[in-house]
Design a protein around this ligand. Structure first.
Ligand SMILES: C[S@@+](CC[C@H](N)C(=O)[O-])C[C@H]1O[C@@H](n2cnc3c(N)ncnc32)[C@H](O)[C@@H]1O
Length: 318
C-alpha cells in the first residue's frame, strides 16, 4: 500500500513502521513519550486477558463519545472515507477496528511512543492498516487529504493542544470531521494536587510511578469495597458538587485519582492511574475552554458530549 499520496516526503520504514519523527526535542513531550512507551509495552506483554476486556470497553465507550449508534453506524460512516488517521493510536486496536469495519479505507495509526512497534507487529497482516511513528502536532501529512481524524484521549497529552488541533484540521478535507476528546477539569482540591504532583513526576522513574499507581489502585479498591454512600453538601467555591455519592467516587472526583474498576481488572486499573499521574503533559479543560479550542481551529460542532471525566465530540472542517 502506498502512502506517498498523503505524506509530504517519502518515509523510512523500520521494523514495519514508517518513521515521520523519532522523538521530541521538548522536555515534557519527550517524557510523555517515554511514559507511554513504558506503559504500553508493559501492558501488552503482561495483560493479555485483561487487554481484550479493556479493548471491548473502550470500543463501546468510543461509540458514545462520538455519537455512533452502534458498530454498524460507525462502519457505514467510515465506508466512503479514503484515508482515516487514528492520531495517537497507542497499541493500535482502534485503528484495527476501523480497518475491519471499513475494508475499502486505508487506516493510518500514528503514535509518538514505541507502542507503535507493538501495534505494527500485532496487526502486520491487515492489508488496509499501516502504522507511523510521529508527532500528531507535526504529522508531515499534506493539506486536506484525510477524510476522518480520530484523536481519542490523546490531544491533552500533546505539548500545545490547540496547535495540535489546528494541525489535525489542516490535514482534514473540507467538510470532513475530527473526533476528539479532552480531560475535564475536576474540583479545585483535585486540580491542585494534580498540577502540583505532575511537576514532581519528571523526577520519578516509570517503575516508581507504576508502584504508586498500584498503591492508588489498592486504595480505590479498599474505599469501593466499603460500599458507603455519603450525603455531601454543595461547596461551590471549591467546585465540589453536593448530593448522595459513593465514598470512593467522592474522593476520586474531588481529591485524588484512585481509580478502581472491578470489571476491567487490577492491572488495567493500575495502568489507568499510571496514565493519569505519570505523563508531564495532561491538560484539563472546562467545556467552554474546549469549545473555544474548536472555534479557534476553524471547526464547527457536529456533536458535543460532556461527562464528569471528559468532553468529546465530532467537529467539521469549515
Ligand atoms: C491515553 S493513550 C490513548 C491511546 C489510544 N488513542 C486509545 O484510545 O487507546 C494516549 C496516547 O497518545 C500518544 N501521544 C501523546 N502525545 C503524542 C503526540 N504528540 N503524537 C502522537 N502520539 C502522542 C501516547 O503515546 C499514547 O499512546
Amino acid at each position: 500500500m502506498s502512502i506517498d499520496k498523503i505524506f509530504l516526503s517519502e518515509l523510512p520504514l523500520i521494523n514495519g513502521v514508517y518513521i515521520a519523527s523519532e522523538d521530541s526535542d521538548l522536555e515534557n513531550q519527550s517524557q510523555t513519550n517515554e511514559i507511554f512507551s513504558h506503559k504500553w509495552i508493559k501492558y501488552s506483554q503482561e495483560q493479555i486477558e485483561e487487554q481484550e476486556r479493556l479493548f471491548k470497553f473502550q470500543k463501546e465507550w468510543y461509540l458514545d463519545l462520538y455519537s455512533f449508534e452502534n458498530e454498524e453506524d460507525l462502519a457505514q460512516y467510515l465506508s466512503d472515507k479514503e484515508y482515516v488517521l487514528d492520531a495517537g493510536c497507542g497499541l493500535g486496536y482502534k485503528a484495527k477496528w476501523f480497518a475491519d469495519l471499513s475494508p475499502g479505507t486505508t487506516i493510518i495509526g500514528m503514535d509518538f511512543s514505541d507502542a507503535i512497534f507493538v501495534a505494527a507487529t500485532k496487526y502486520k497482516d491487515i492489508g488496509n492498516l499501516l502504522f507511523v511513528k510521529g508527532d500528531i502536532a507535526d504529522t508531515k501529512i499534506k493539506d486536506n487529504v484525510i477524510s476522518y481524524v480520530s484523536c481519542d484521549q490523546v490531544i491533552h497529552h500533546t505539548e500545545v493542544p490547540l496547535k495540535t488541533m489546528q494541525e489535525l484540521t489542516r490535514i482534514l478535507q473540507k467538510g470532513q470531521e475530527l473526533a476528539t476528546y479532552v480531560y475535564a477539569k475536576k474540583a479545585i482540591p483535585r486540580e491542585l494536587l494534580d498540577d502540583y504532583f505532575r511537576e514532581r513526576t519528571k523526577e520519578i522513574s516509570p517503575d516508581d510511578m507504576w508502584k504508586m499507581s498500584e498503591q492508588l489502585t489498592l486504595l480505590g479498591r479498599r474505599l469501593s469495597d466499603l460500599n458507603i454512600e455519603i450525603e455531601v453538601p454543595d461547596i461551590p467555591l471549591l467546585e465540589i458538587k453536593g448530593g448522595k455519592i459513593d465514598l470512593q467516587r467522592f474522593i476520586y472526583w474531588n481529591f485524588l485519582k484512585c481509580f478502581w474498576n472491578e470489571d476491567l481488572g487490577l492491572n488495567t486499573s493500575i495502568s489507568t492511574n499510571y496514565d493519569w499521574y505519570a505523563p508531564s503533559n495532561a491538560e484539563r479543560y472546562t467545556l467552554q475552554e474546549f469549545l473555544k479550542m474548536i472555534e479557534d481551529s476553524n471547526l464547527e460542532n457536529s456533536f458535543v458530549h460532556s461527562e464528569e471525566a471528559c468532553h468529546s465530540g465530532r467537529f467539521k472542517k469549515k
